[in-house]
Design a protein around this ligand. Structure first.
Ligand SMILES: [Fe+2]
Length: 433
């Protein structure tokens, strides 16, 4: 195998080790449903193998189906998450054997494919990028399930750099066009394509995500009880949910506590806030006299290099993240303190855009002009419309292989079991524009 294929093989092994580590628990914990929002962990485990079989073995490799009778069980579109525990899905041992059997043949296909082929699944080994990213995305989902399970001792924690102090609160982004999306990142999803020019008026964006200290001030100021800050839909959610703080937070006297992977701890006030839904992020922004950035504003501030006139893969450039630039890939099971990564700043000087928390944007999930679905409609196209808001930048639980400045995630505005936070923006006044 050449270097390119060896790197892919290494990525395949790494992501599989990750999936296996998250499913090392007792069988009972793997087959149980911890929340109607989530699948049992054992469903995710067999699903990533089934997806790999469908795309790498059958579509790209032309290999006869190994277990065609289970395809239906692992089709995310046929069975909503809440129904998955009642399906006759594979048990933990059987699931591990099945995905291992698929994986052996996947490496044979990798050996045989031609990355210069005109076939779009083979070219640049796209189909391998597809399954590696897909599995990392499910691994992040499994972490959200493990957090909801409130079982202690299942998720590894780790060390992170200390926070920074000082620096401007906001960064000014001058008016002008930039190139949004990508036509050059070989493993980009269909929804990131094509690259297209977007001309934005001048705006300000926060240098850092909104932190727990600032968010607690919103709570203390009665933010959850004041309909002025909420959209009608957001206020409806607030009334129905009785939410009064981010998910997993509780108050004990004057101290905020949170439960993180089954263990209670005081909320660290210097971390980005996480586990807030879009409605909460939007209400906070209004309370602060600001607004959420649009998706285009977020991407320009993150990826555009105005002096080179080109977009970067990551805020700092095209090099891999490394430990000094971002909190990605589950180094620790939490966001890093604010200001921990000055070396990860974008060309404009905006920090912590990649890693730590997914950032809600003001934008609905819509196709870019000239969008074409590839390789299947159900990845992106069926979600376009008014039901989903876009999140950007990846969380601490996202892997560098499944994050870049153009990467788009989306979810319902009520969702907060995901590792979601936000930063604020505001339009520049006429004197600055
Ligand atoms: Fe999936």
């Amino acid at each position: 195998m050449n270097n390119f294929k060896e790197r892919i093989a290494t990525e395949l092994i790494a992501v599989r080790n990750r999936s296996l580590a998250y499913t090392e628990a007792e069988d009972d914990l793997l087959v149980r449903q911890h929340s109607p929002l989530m699948s049992p962990l054992v469903w995710d485990l067999a699903h990533v193998g089934n997806y790999e079989e469908l795309w790498v073995l059958r579509e790209a490799g032309g290999i006869t189906p190994l277990r065609p009778e289970i395809d239906d069980l692992y089709d995310a579109f046929k069975h909503p998450r809440k129904d998955r525990p009642s399906l006759p899905i594979l048990g933990p041992g059987e699931a591990r054997r099945y995905i291992g059997g698929v994986r052996g043949r996947v490496l044979d296909v990798l050996d045989a494919i031609d990355p210069d082929s005109p076939d779009p699944l083979h070219r640049n080994a796209f189909v391998f990028g597809l399954v590696i990213q897909h599995e990392h995305q499910h691994d992040e989902t499994m972490l959200a399930t493990l957090q909801l399970s409130r079982e202690p001792g299942l998720v590894r924690d780790g060390d992170l750099p200390p926070g920074g102090s000082g620096g401007a609160e906001e960064v000014f982004i001058p008016a002008g066009p930039f190139l949004m999306g990508t036509g050059t990142q070989p493993w980009a999803y269909d929804n990131e394509r094509p690259a297209h020019q977007v001309d934005l008026p001048a705006y300000w964006i926060d240098r850092l995500p909104v932190g727990n200290l600032a968010y607690a001030a919103f709570i203390d100021d009665g933010g959850y009880d004041d309909p002025r800050w909420w959209t009608p839909e957001g206020w409806h959610w607030r009334q129905e949910s009785h939410a009064a703080a981010p998910l997993f937070w509780t108050r004990d006297g004057g101290t905020w506590w949170r439960t993180r992977f089954g263990r209670p701890e005081p909320v660290p006030m210097d971390e980005p806030v996480q586990h807030v839904c879009w409605y909460e992020a939007d209400a906070y922004a209004r309370w602060a006299g600001r607004r959420l950035p649009t998706e285009a504003e977020w991407e320009k501030a993150c990826g555009w290099d105005p002096s080179a006139g080109r977009a970067r893969k990551y805020p700092w450039g095209d090099d891999d993240p490394g430990p000094g630039r971002a909190n990605l890939g589950h180094r620790a099971a939490r966001p890093a303190p604010l200001g921990a990564f000055p070396a990860g700043a974008s060309a404009y000087g905006v920090e912590q855009m990649i890693g730590d928390v997914w950032e809600w944007t003001a934008s609905l999930f819509l196709p870019y002009p000239g969008f074409r679905s590839f390789p299947y409609r159900e990845y992106s196209e069926v979600f376009f419309g008014k039901d989903y808001r876009v999140l950007r930048g990846g969380s601490w639980a996202a892997d560098p292989a499944a994050v870049r400045t153009t990467f788009r995630n989306w979810d319902h505005p009520i969702r907060r079991q995901i590792f979601s936070g936000f930063r604020c923006a505001r339009s520049a006044g006429p004197e600055q524009a």
